[in-house]
Structure formats: structure tokens, C-alpha cells
Design a protein around this ligand. Structure first.
Ligand code: UDX
Length: 474
């Protein structure tokens, strides 16, 4: 649509053009990053797709035409969980079509758009998600600096960044990849092939996702700066190694302190209000279950987990995206599940996760290990049961369960089974294991809080980044 360049409205402020990747797990942190940049004196032009704009409007029950993201966030209305006004089903993501668009259509469109908003290249910089396949090339053509924004852990960035080493050493891009430990990635003492991101474990590397990753990381090499939603103390050796490669700033966790409500609406789906139900549950008694915004589980896995949840005896709040198995299977829970769970749990299509996690009734999180979910769980002090499904989630689990010991793994040694799930839930929510994990999470929470407090590493890194960009574009 029509855009008024922020430079015009922002007077002489340096201008950040922030382009959001149109996926829920990327929209949330990039909105908060844009707000932080604005708070530090940059004029910000935020570029999003009409589809995301319309979907966030519909999620709030407002008309997308003339919808103001700031006003809408203040008017947020939510349907009570379990009531008659259950939230409408989320729109499913057609992943392949979406990825195809990411690779082709968006690039030309974004260039046309950016040529209109970049008024004065010397005072402008482009902040774009690392997964885009055009930012460094485009930034060079426009004569602006490129800040690559990485929403996953530094470890995952580092592994993609060194795909060439994995290939040279026979762990990737060959018909029979090596199965022994990987010990040659800078900053990573040792990692197992089974802990790599799902795409690096595949032998067919010709898919559209692979083409995106290869091109995106060619572009990332051309980035002037990288901002990462992690905390130095969580991944010290990886962050140190990446700093040797380029100006790399660990500035996470990027959410408002205390999970304060965002000034901008970011939810792409209507949130059910779970607060009344949670208020009636005893402290730390509820298992929160969610598989995030994007990945799918199989019907079999879902049935095993449902069996385990029932057998564990735990109370639960389960976010069941209607497309979590597939868009053609909107009601995948086993027959009789609702009756068996009566009085013990609720199932909702979507919720405000940070509100749920920070509720005193929540005692553990069965998570797919999306990076936002991991950071939010640590911030809320909630132990995790890790059930990764795709992409970085597998590598994120290594950090949570193996390095930090802030959670346990489900189904790591083969297919997930109901009896294993039940035992793990009991162990984390009631057993000695749970006490140990809770203590670890408590320490990590302290680390995150210290990082964003005055003098903390993320605060310092963000200050340095701001000073550098003001010097360069001021
Ligand atoms: C994917 C990647 O796996 C992840 O690592 C990357 O950072 C983003 O894309 P996704 O499935 O979106 O993950 O999960 P996650 O990173 O956890 O992000 C989901 C976000 O949606 C979280 O911020 C979470 O709070 C929010 N959410 C989720 C809700 O608000 N309500 C819900 O019901 C479920």
C-alpha cells in the first residue's frame, strides 16, 4: 500500500527499515525489536505483509480495513476458554506455497517498496530476518547497511553459517552422512549429527527449504551486523566464536520485562482467555502443552501424548491448533479423550502463551522447543518436557535438556510412547527430577533477568549496537 517514509516523519533521526518474516514465531520478536529501536531514538518503518496485517486484525475481531495495530492492542477482547464463544479456528499455513513465495515473489516486491521508503541511504539501515534470501544484495544496491535479525539460538546460526564445514567433513550434503560426533565447528566443542537442525539431517538437499537456507546464509555472510535473540551467558562459546566472524550482538530475550502487554497486537490467531480456568487450579499443578505456530505432529504421536497426559493424572491446558496434525484433520484427539479429561483439563485453539506460562498454576511446559517458547518458559521459571518436531527445535532441545538440564526429552530414543510420557510428566511435576530441574530453570531465569538489567550483557550489547548505528547513520 501507500507508505509515508519514516525519515520524513522522523525528522533527522536515523531510519531503521524493519522487514518482518510473515510467520508468528518471527513476528513477535521483530515487533518488540522495532519498538525497542523506536524507544532508542530511531525512526522506524515496519514492513509486514497485508496477509499478516489482516490476520492480526481478524484475530482481535476488528475490521482489517483502517485497522490500527496500536489501538487494536489496547482494545483486546478475548473469548473465555471452554465457554460458548470459543475462539474461531486458526487459519492453516500452506507451508510449501508460503516458502515458494518467500523465495521468489517477495524479493522483487520488497525492492520496489524499499526504493520508496529509503529516502537517504546514508542515514538508513535495513533490519531483515536472516531467513530472507535477498537482504545483503538489496542493501548493497540501495546503499544501506544490512542488520540481519536472527530469532533462533546462536548455536543454530553458527551451524548454518558453517554448512560448508559440515559438507567438507562428510556430515552433510552426501548420500551417507557420517554418524560420529561433529567436533570442528568453531565455538562448539562437540555436537551429535542427531542434534543438528532437521534440514541438516536430510540427505535430499534440493527442496525449496534447502534453497532458502543456502541463499539466506550466503546473504547472512554479507550482513554488516547480526542481532540475535539470545543471551551471551546461555551460549558463551558459540557467541564468542561468532563475534570472531562479524559484529554479532546477543540482545535477548526480546520481550517486554515482566511480559507486559505489547503496545502492538502481534497474535495472528484469536486468543482464548484461560485466566478464569487457571485461577481455579492449585499452584504448579497444570501441564501446559503447545506445539507452536508452524510444525505438525502425526496422529500417532498425538495419541501417545494424549494417552500419557491422561495416565499421568496431571491437570493440563492444551493448545491444539486445528491444523496441528493437518488442515484436513481438525479433531485429531483420540475418541473419548474429552470425557476422560473432564474436570482435569481444557483444550483451546490458541492462547496468550506468556500469560499462561507466568500463571502460578502452571507447573511444567510440554513444548516443541520453538526458541520463543524456550525463552518464555525460562523467563517464567517453568521446567520443560521437550518434544521437538522440526527445524531448529531439535537443536534447541540439546540446549535445554543436555546443556542446561532445564528440561527432559520425550521420545529421544525412538518413537514417543504413552507410558514414557506419563512417567516423564510425573517426574517433572512431582518427582526429585522435577525439583532439580526447577532449580536449574530458576538459575537460568536469573541469568536472563541479569542480562537485561542495567549493566547486563544483553543491555550492554544493545547499547553498543545502538551507538554504532547512530554513529554510522546519524
Ligand atoms: C519456529 C521456530 O521453531 C522457532 O525456533 C523460531 O524462533 C520461530 O519459528 P514456532 O512454532 O513459531 O517456531 O514457535 P516459537 O518460537 O515457540 O514461537 C511461537 C510464539 O507464539 C511464542 O512467542 C508463543 O508465546 C506464541 N504462542 C504460541 C501464543 O501466543 N499462543 C499459543 O497458543 C502458542
Amino acid at each position: 500500500g501507500d507508505v509515508a517514509p519514516a525519515r520524513v516523519r522522523g525528522g533527522n533521526k536515523p531510519h531503521a527499515v524493519v522487514v518482518a518474516l510473515p510467520l508468528q514465531g518471527h513476528i513477535i520478536p521483530v515487533v518488540h525489536l522495532a519498538l525497542r529501536l523506536a524507544a532508542r531514538g530511531f525512526a522506524v518503518t515496519f514492513v509486514s505483509t497485508e496477509a499478516v496485517h489482516d490476520q492480526t486484525a481478524r484475530a482481535l475481531g476488528v475490521d482489517p480495513a483502517g485497522y490500527d495495530v496500536f489501538a487494536a492492542a489496547r482494545r483486546r477482547r478475548r473469548a473465555p476458554a471452554g465457554g460458548e464463544e470459543e475462539a474461531p479456528p486458526p487459519l492453516g499455513i500452506r507451508r510449501v506455497e508460503f516458502l515458494g513465495a518467500l523465495l521468489h515473489a517477495l524479493s522483487a516486491h520488497v525492492e520496489r517498496l524499499l526504493r520508496r521508503v529509503v529516502v537517504d541511504p546514508a542515514s538508513t539501515f535495513l533490519v531483515a530476518d536472516t531467513f530472507f534470501v535477498w537482504p545483503a544484495t538489496l542493501a548493497r544496491r540501495l546503499g544501506v547497511a544490512y542488520v540481519s535479525f536472527w530469532t533462533e539460538p546462536a548455536l543454530v546460526f553458527n551451524l548454518y553459517y558453517h554448512m560448508d564445514l559440515l559438507t567438507q567433513n562428510g556430515h552433510f550434503r552426501c548420500s551417507e552422512p557420517r554418524k560420529d560426533s561433529i567436533t570442528y565447528i568453531p565455538g562448539v566443542a562437540s555436537i551429535e549429527p542427531s542434534e543438528l537442525m532437521s534440514y541438516l539431517q536430510e540427505t535430499d538437499t534440493t527442496s525449496v527449504v534447502h534453497r532458502i537456507i543456502f541463499k539466506a546464509f550466503d546473504e547472512a555472510r554479507g550482513a554488516d551486523y547480526v542481532l540475535c535473540n539470545t543471551v551471551e551467558e546461555l551460549e558463551p562459546s558459540t557467541v564468542a566464536a561468532l563475534r570472531g566472524e562479524k559484529p554479532f550482538y546477543a540482545v535477548g530475550p526480546i520481550f517486554p520485562a515482566g511480559f507486559a502487554r505489547s503496545a502492538v497486537a502481534t497474535s495472528m490467531w484469536a486468543e482464548s482467555d484461560c485466566s478464569r480456568w487457571l485461577a481455579d487450579q492449585p499452584p504448579a499443578s497444570v501441564l501446559y502443552i503447545s506445539f507452536g505456530s508452524y510444525a505438525h505432529v502425526t496422529r500417532r504421536e498425538l495419541h501417545e501424548i494424549a494417552g500419557g497426559v491422561l495416565a499421568s493424572g496431571a491437570r493440563f491446558l492444551w493448545v491444539m491448533r486445528p491444523d496441528v496434525v493437518s488442515s484436513d484433520d481438525p479433531d485429531p484427539l483420540p475418541e473419548g479423550f474429552a470425557a476422560a479429561a473432564e474436570g482435569r483439563g481444557i483444550v483451546v485453539p490458541w492462547c496468550c502463551q506468556v500469560e499462561v506460562l507466568s500463571h502460578a498454576a502452571v507447573g511444567a511446559f510440554l513444548t516443541h522447543c520453538g526458541w520463543n517458547s524456550v525463552l518464555e518458559s525460562v523467563w517464567a521459571g517453568v521446567p520443560m518436557l521437550c518434544f521437538p518436531l522440526l527445524t531448529d527445535q531439535i537443536t534447541n532441545r540439546r540446549l535445554v535438556a543436555r546443556e542446561w538440564r532445564a528440561g527432559v526429552s520425550i521420545g529421544e530414543r525412538g518413537a514417543v510412547r504413552a507410558d514414557e510420557v506419563a512417567a516423564l510428566i510425573r517426574g517433572v511435576m512431582g518427582g526429585e527430577e522435577g525439583v532439580r530441574i526447577r532449580e536449574q530453570v530458576r538459575k537460568l531465569k536469573g541469568t536472563l533477568e541479569a542480562a537485561v538489567a542495567p549493566g547486563g550483557s544483553s543491555r550492554r550489547n544493545f547499547d553498543e549496537f545502538v551507538d554504532e548505528l547512530k554513529r554510522r547513520c546519524g
